[in-house]
Design a protein around this ligand. Structure first.
Ligand SMILES: *Cc1c(COP(=O)(O)O)cnc(C)c1O
Length: 410
């Protein structure tokens, strides 16, 4: 193939998204291939958080609920989130965590499908998604059925009420055809709940066109909302009058400040709120979303595919016989914003890379995962990262005992 470092630098020269890198604060010298787990810090988020703390909290105090429009923030941030997932502005609210939002929407979907006892999901789904489905099933007398992701459509029958899937697989990056699968779910008489944790901010998705019923996703991954950023929750307009969620808190009430004795749900997706939101995190996330307003998702997706392909090609070319086996679909158009490899020693390999300033991540049991968030990464980063990987593998650096010690978070 003959790609070399200069060719990568030349690609950066003509990259129309190159300017966006300067919008981030990045540790010098670090190659950060983990923006799919925790996105880097946009400069405007630091500025906004400083302003919120100093002015809105420090000076405004309680008055900021009105003066700084804190109460409407979950819906306002939802309106900013909507275009990234093909939603209408009033179909999204940003609040609480992904796990909690999953609980709310899976429960709401179960309540809309009485007489259909099965919640169907996939074996490879992210653990919290399945744990939450188990919890909903126990509360509502349902059962969770899990099948291989390729077998979901064939497993639909008249017992299935809710299908809960993660659009982009967190290990491999393979993704479902959301239009086709949602249509099959509806043909079977069930409702579709999509988890967009590894989709939003990495690739375009159109929930409206797909006809999705409910969706959730993370604010702190590709969307760069900051550690613990709140999650987004989508409810298709056609369910707004009928969807009911089980955590009936006062911020989801139709008139919270009348302090009446009985709960009456707010109109639309706002009823999926619970209580006082984590405002510092929410307003940080809002600032990060403003960066996405300046970027065209089609350009972002095109660069993302080029980055994962360049990285995979360089690994194949420079590390033949290393035991690193591509775990992602071979065609970049068939995977999300990451590229993953299987290796029996994936854990120490990733640790040795981190020690060299190349941060990827490990996912049990044997996956080394590299997230190619295109807003802050350069083509030359792909070259340099693979250069380090060659040193780690050929020099057997990963065999050093300290690289096999596991921290609490892997
Ligand atoms: C990251 C991720 C989550 C995380 O849920 P939290 O409640 O934010 O911890 C959930 N589901 C999927 C598919 C994820 O990738």
């Amino acid at each position: 193939m003959g790609t070399d470092r200069r060719a990568c630098l030349a690609l950066d020269e003509i990259d129309e998204l190159a300017w966006v890198r300067d919008e981030f604060e990045l540790p010098p010298g670090l190659i950060y291939l983990d923006g799919n787990s925790l996105g880097p810090l946009p400069r405007r988020v630091r500025r906004r958080v400083e302003q919120v703390v100093t002015e809105e909290w420090g000076q405004g105090l309680i008055r900021s609920w009105n003066d700084a429009e804190w109460f409407d923030a979950p819906m306002r941030v939802g309106r900013k989130m909507a275009p990234l997932i093909g939603a209408k502005p009033h179909e999204v609210v940003v609040v609480d965590s992904t796990s909690l939002n999953l609980f709310k929407v899976v429960a709401a979907a179960a309540r809309l499908t009485p007489g259909r006892p099965v919640i169907l999901s996939e074996t490879g789904n992210f653990p919290t998604d399945l744990y939450i489905a188990d919890g909903v099933a126990e509360l509502y007398g349902r059962e969770v059925r899990v099948v291989e992701s390729t077998a979901v459509v064939d497993s639909l029958d008249s017992d299935v009420g809710v299908v809960m899937l993660t659009h982009v697989d967190y290990r491999t990056g393979a993704y479902h055809d959301i239009d086709r699968v949602t249509a099959a779910i509806h043909d079977a008489g069930a409702l579709a709940v999509w988890d967009l944790a590894h989709t939003a901010g990495a690739m375009p998705v159109d929930l409206g066109a797909a006809g999705a019923d409910f969706a959730v996703g993370c604010g702190y991954k590709y969307l760069c909302g900051g550690p613990g950023a709140p999650s987004f929750l989508y409810v298709a307009e056609r369910w707004h009058d009928r969807a009911a969620q089980p955590i009936t808190g006062w911020h989801g009430h139709a008139r919270p400040f009348e302090f009446t004795r009985h709960y009456e749900p707010a109109a639309g997706v706002e009823r999926f709120r619970i209580g006082t939101p984590a405002l510092l995190s929410l307003l940080a996330f809002e600032a990060a979303l403003e960066l996405f307003e300046e970027v065209d998702m089609a350009d972002l997706r095109a660069k993302s595919m080029q980055l994962t392909q360049l990285f995979a090609d360089l690994v194949a070319e420079r590390l033949p016989g290393s035991g690193l086996e591509l775990a992602s679909p071979a065609d970049p158009a068939d995977r999300g914003g990451q590229v993953s490899f299987r290796h029996p020693d994936a854990y120490p390999l990733v640790q040795a890379l981190i020690a060299r300033g190349v941060v990827g991540d490990f996912r049990a049991p044997d996956i080394a995962r590299f997230g190619m968030a295109p807003l802050h990464l350069r083509y030359v980063d792909m070259w340099d990262a693979v250069e380090h990987l060659v040193a780690v593998v050929d020099g057997e650096e990963w065999r050093r005992p300290e690289f096999s010690q596991r921290g609490t978070v892997t």
